[in-house]
Ligand binder design. Structure first.
Ligand code: NDP
Length: 407
């Protein structure tokens, strides 16, 4: 069976569909299903134009398990690539179990009413997937995704034991809007306005959002950026799977302009996730805000500049301390030329295709629920080089974000 079903026709769905179509020897049949079928059709047209490959489309409400199960039973794909929203993770996992289909996603399940970013709901499916002989691969995007694999790769090839991990996500791109988010605005704003948690000495330590700031100079001329410590879901699985880690932190770059807008929006209540009543109608402020903001999938033609995302790992090899940095630099404009998308969707969609490819090739296929760092990182790293996300590993003489002052 070499049929794949992609669910979600947004920015990431566009890229993963293009990338699967480019690998026709692995993905002989592709179906793109989403809530709004016109969006699937527009992507299908673009895929046809760019790659010559014909894909099929379908309409589905992924919140509805029976509807989704019927679609899966009719189509019988080998794997579902879930690039809808994190709210749909559990319903899609349920439908995959009901129809006997493998599962993969790029973001952990989120309940609508609380911003949690925790794996516990999906990890609870471990026995169900194991007993069904099915694989659920969690978090095969860039971060989570490639960053977990970078960590696993460094740990495997350069260290006997790893002690600290800093994941640094810099987006040096400029889309020219006063304020826009690079992926789904609702998820993006929930993430950046959440309290910061980082792993230290065996537990998560909570600090106020954006309270720790540092300056980071990217390699290869990408530039120097302000980065802020924040919580990101891969810290949970990596701290579990690498118990030798004494500290694990995630950092993301934000411009002063982005932070100014976010602060105002938060202060006036526009980022709230609880319903409010307005003229007899119930609205969720952040959902209304998302409606007003530019659709991330339209940022492609306007975005210039580069992303630089990587992991700095410190540890020991043969008794000696060592610092290694693995990173990937991606250019917004070249992504646009290839698949008509900006680099954020591109850097998510390519690893999603790669995770799927490794499952199709049976390289990453074991019954149960797995985070991506639990599989052998080598074939993934090799595929990144071959599929548009070349990376580098360098040794650093020193590394210190700790000496920086709080903002
Ligand atoms: P978009 O908002 O652009 O796209 C989401 C798509 O899912 C839309 O087409 C939407 O349909 C569809 N969808 C939403 N609800 C349903 C439903 N109930 N049934 C069927 N389809 C539905 O988001 P992105 O493409 O930016 O992000 C996709 C996913 O990727 C998200 O989970 C995001 O968190 C994740 N992500 C992961 C990253 C990583 O590095 N790991 C980075 C960036 C994103 P409609 O068109 O009708 O609204």
């Amino acid at each position: 069976n070499n049929k794949v079903m992609i669910i979600g026709a947004g920015g990431v769905g566009n890229v993963v569909t293009h990338k699967c179509a480019q690998q026709a020897e692995t993905f002989a049949e592709i179906i793109l299903a989403s809530r709004t079928e016109e969006k699937c059709k527009a992507i299908a047209e673009s895929v046809k134009k760019n790659t010559g490959v014909t894909i099929r489309t379908a309409q589905v409400d992924a919140d509805n398990v029976p509807e989704l199960t019927t679609l899966l039973n009719n189509e019988k794909p080998f794997l579902v690539i879930n690039v809808a929203l994190p709210y749909q993770d559990l319903t899609i996992m349920d439908a995959c179990l009901a129809a006997g289909v493998h599962y993969m996603d790029t973001a952990n399940y989120e309940p609508l009413d609380t911003a949690k970013f925790e794996y516990k709901w999906q990890w609870a499916y471990q026995d169900k997937f194991k007993n069904a002989g099915l694989t659920a691969l969690l978090g095969s995007g860039f971060d989570p995704g490639a960053t977990n694999v970078f960590t696993a790769y460094l740990a495997k090839h350069y260290f006997d034991e790893i002690h600290t991990l800093d994941i640094i996500d810099v987006n040096g791109g400029d889309h020219g809007y006063p304020f826009a988010t690079n992926f789904n605005p609702e998820i993006n704003i929930r993430e950046v306005s959440a309290e910061c948690r980082h792993w230290e000495n065996g537990e998560f330590v909570t600090t106020p959002p954006m309270s720790k700031k540092a300056s980071f100079t990217c390699p290869d001329g990408v530039g120097t950026y302000n980065i802020y410590r924040m919580y990101h879901e891969e810290l949970e699985s990596l701290s579990l799977h690498y118990p030798s880690l004494k500290r694990a932190q995630f950092w993301m770059s934000f411009s002063d302009n982005y932070l100014k807008h976010l602060e105002v929006l938060e202060n006036v209540g526009m980022t709230g996730i609880e319903e409010v009543e307005y003229e007899g109608q119930k609205i969720v402020p952040i959902q209304f805000l998302a409606k007003l903001l530019p659709d991330p999938s339209t940022l492609g033609p306007r975005t210039k500049g580069k992303t630089c995302i990587g992991t700095v790992v410190q540890g020991v090899k043969a008794g000696k301390p060592k610092i290694m940095y693995c990173y990937q630099i991606c250019d917004h404009e070249s992504c646009y030329r290839e698949v008509q998308s900006q680099a954020i969707s591109y850097t998510t969609g390519v690893p999603a295709m790669i995770g799927a490819k490794l499952m199709f090739e049976q390289q990453w296929l074991e019954p149960g629920v797995f985070n991506i760092e639990q599989f052998d990182p080598d074939p993934f790293m090799e595929a990144m080089n071959a599929c548009g996300l070349p990376w580098k590993v360098i040794e650093l003489d020193g590394f210190d974000l700790e000496g920086q002052t709080d903002s």
